[in-house]
Design a protein around this ligand. Structure first.
Ligand SMILES: Nc1ncnc2c1ncn2[C@@H]1O[C@H](COP(=O)(O)OP(=O)(O)OP(=O)(O)O)[C@@H](O)[C@H]1O
Ligand SMILES: [Mg+2]
Length: 265
């Protein structure tokens, strides 16, 4: 035994760390000087109205957005670094599945891209079966994707993103158009992935009641981060009962600050 005092293990570096992050699309600056972090092993909600820049921010993090400036580190590497490809699962806002393939064939196809070769066949089979079960589509494994409901097709996309057992899962509005039961089941799955497997999730939504299900929030408005923190902290800070009311209070405060700036120009 040594006499050294117990040194707490250093806190894990955030999964995403951004500073002065700016994105120009066409003639417009759609993200302006963002500074934020996304903690590891948690669910962070990216909330804000349509057009505020959620998808642009997500595309920057997964490395598919052009004209990104500032600092953006993801899992300790600059966003877009080739080694991040297998560590990030990304579900786009529009489900990207082949309608003329069955659920299992869709997953087999993407699994073969992720983990090619004859020797990996058994491993791929296990990963595909698990991903289909994760999103509760086992009963529909042999159904053509084109014959599924909208919510079921969305879950095939999610299963594809889960295939590689990613450290970071980025989901752009995954619950749009889902009924309340499916939404609840998906959120339970998200919590299992974070708490059970230690995955980091970044989930965008413009439905404020989903914010209450997140560990951490980034509230966006017009290309800026309006506030961040836990749902509790945001409610307390604004003296409100719901994240929706907190968001509206923060929007009003920001609009008031904008007016003050303009009138003193
Ligand atoms: N090619 C482009 N040229 C100019 N502006 C663009 C271009 N693409 C997107 N934008 C603008 O960028 C802003 C952010 O778009 P983004 O898709 O990131 O918003 P969002 O928050 O994901 O919206 P939604 O909730 O509707 O999906 C929008 O105001 C949009 O009009
Ligand atoms: Mg979007």
């Amino acid at each position: 035994m040594n006499n050294l005092p117990d040194t707490p293990s250093p806190p894990l570096a955030p999964a995403v760390d951004a500073d002065a992050l700016t994105v120009v699309r066409g003639p417009r600056t759609v993200l302006r000087h963002l500074r934020f972090t996304v903690p590891r092993g948690r669910i962070t909600g990216l909330l804000g109205p349509s057009g505020c820049g959620k998808s642009t921010l997500i595309r920057s993090i997964v490395g598919t957005q052009a004209k990104v400036t500032g600092t953006l580190n993801v899992l300790g590497r600059p966003a877009g670094h080739p080694t991040l490809r297998s560590r990030i699962g990304y579900v786009t806002q529009a489900p990207s599945v082949y309608d003329d393939l069955t659920v299992r064939q869709n997953l087999d196809y993407f699994a073969a891209i992720l983990d090619p070769g004859r020797a990996a066949a058994e491993r791929r089979h296990q990963h595909v079966t698990r991903a289909i079960a994760d999103v509760d589509l086992t009963r529909h494994a042999d159904t053509l994707a084109g014959n599924l409901s909208g919510g079921q097709r969305g879950r095939v996309s999610l299963a594809v993103a889960l295939l590689g057992t990613p450290d970071l899962l980025v989901l752009d509005e995954p619950t749009v158009g889902l009924d309340p039961v499916l939404r609840r089941d998906l959120w339970n799955l998200f919590h299992d992935l974070a708490a059970g497997r230690g995955a980091t999730l970044l989930v965008s939504s413009h439905v404020m009641d989903e914010a209450e299900r997140c560990d951490q929030l980034l509230l966006m408005r017009e290309g800026e981060i309006l506030a961040d923190g836990t749902p509790d902290a945001l409610r307390t800070r604004t003296g409100t009962d719901t994240v929706e009311a907190a968001f509206l209070t923060l929007v009003d405060q920001a609009a008031g600050a904008d007016r003050t700036k303009e009138s003193t120009r």
